[in-house]
Write a protein that binds this ligand. Sequence first.
Ligand code: G6Q
Length: 547
Amino acid sequence: MPDLTMLPAWQALKKHHAQWGGIKIRELFNDNPQRFEQFSLQLDDLLFDFSKNRLTDQTIKLLTDLADQAELRKQIDALFNGEKVNPTEGRAALHTALRNRSDRPVLLEGQDLMPQINRVLQQMETFANQVRNGSWRGYTGQLITDVVNIGIGGSDLGPLMVTEALKPYTRDKLRSHFVSNVDASQLCETLKQLNPETCLFLIASKTFSTQETLTNAHSARDWFLAHAKEQKHVARHFVAMSTNRKRVSDFGIDPANMFEFWEWVGGRYSLWSAIGLAIVLAIGMDNFKKLLAGAHLVDEHFRTAPWHKNIPVLMGLIGLWNTDFWGAESQAILPYDHYLHRFPAYLQQADMESNGKRVTVQGQQVDYPTGPVVWGEPGTNGQHAFYQLIHQGTRLIPCDFLAAVNSHNPLGEHQNILLANFLAQSEALMKGKTAAEARQEMAADGVPDAELERLLPHKVFPGNRPSNTFLYRRLDPQTLGMLIALYEHKIFVQASLWQINPFDQWGVELGKQLAQKILPALTTKAPHTTHDNSTAGLIAKIHDWRE
Ligand code: G6Q
């Protein structure tokens, strides 16, 4: 593939950017009363408004040309057709097959994956129904009241985020807990609330070799057996979701209690697979299927819509425009929807682990910025914390605002106040406040002239800060499925253009190896020579201070 920056559309975008000449988004709105209609799209019950960005018709034309010249269509086809889009691990990435709600077969090396996907979905449904209707009980015959998902990274963040987001669809009598950190405090604080006779542990690990997860799983099993005594009781209280049958059985979980998935499901793309069991237990299979249906709807849209009407393609292109041409280094995710409070953390992994790469698929160092730092918090909380920097700091931080029109908890004026803040922030970021406006405002408040001049620079807001807005009817399973899939595909679009592999994660593997190497130096006082001076000094201090 030709170098991205040599493509004619890239060169044209460079020129377009150079000729931008300080035009402000606010002026673009003044010049075009139809700007919202022109730069917003609706898909089912979700509206995507991208009008508050530094872009014109011409920008969209050049960005979509770039998509053509970078052969995005070919890459999307390769993704959906099960080609090895993850060449460093020699794997396909077929998370779209997991939510394929059509009758179409999905082939991997000539074999239709749908029968095995549907078999595991059926197994999940049968099991979840048993737990939820009380026919699956603990070893003393009591109902299961608490489900504990033990997993980390992709085996934690997805199920955790979705379970939180869809809390209105859960039942009080079956509580969900998530333990990920190897810091025993998380496990111990969770276990404190539980009765071994009424809890069910889901050990979620694609490889079943992740140190944190196995350490937590062993400690949970010890805690359980300290009470239940007999090994045979483990079968009623521990199940596994994994690709590794042998390791699951070595751990002592009956393979009959294993929910399988496959190597072509990437960890951070796995909530749609057996890794979603915690979700199914929490919201039931009917709702889980609606989540899958929402994602499938977006998959179809992504596969078929022309670029200028394709929401994830536009999200990806606008992000690239902000990152590579306007120098934005981060991307804020700001849900004005408290149920989405883990959505920024979830997307942080999805995006940063996927596009945090500096070499192309061919192994060449890139000469343009790739994936942004992704971060965020729910509004309105963030307004009272970090928005100051977004409004008046020196950095350009594109923001994604998300909100539901209808709350699951209608209460007095709360939703109107929430939505007023949601709308006010993106408007203020875009419009800013000129010196003339600030002066007029202070004069109207009777601020004396000298004081007014002193305060003026502090009261000016440059504005022109880009943002996208997602507005949806209500945060239901289908809408959530849509939102997640939109971001997954946005990440893929950017990776395709940047020519990087979004499906490997050698940085994560490095962390796994390093900790294994250091552990012996902490568990014995034997002299070690392999560490740098700082690490060796810290190890010595740990031995010194250990109680
Ligand atoms: C995700 C990453 C990583 C992974 C965890 C857990 O894409 O690969 O976050 O999910 O390291 O791995 P296991 O599921 O194998 O325990």
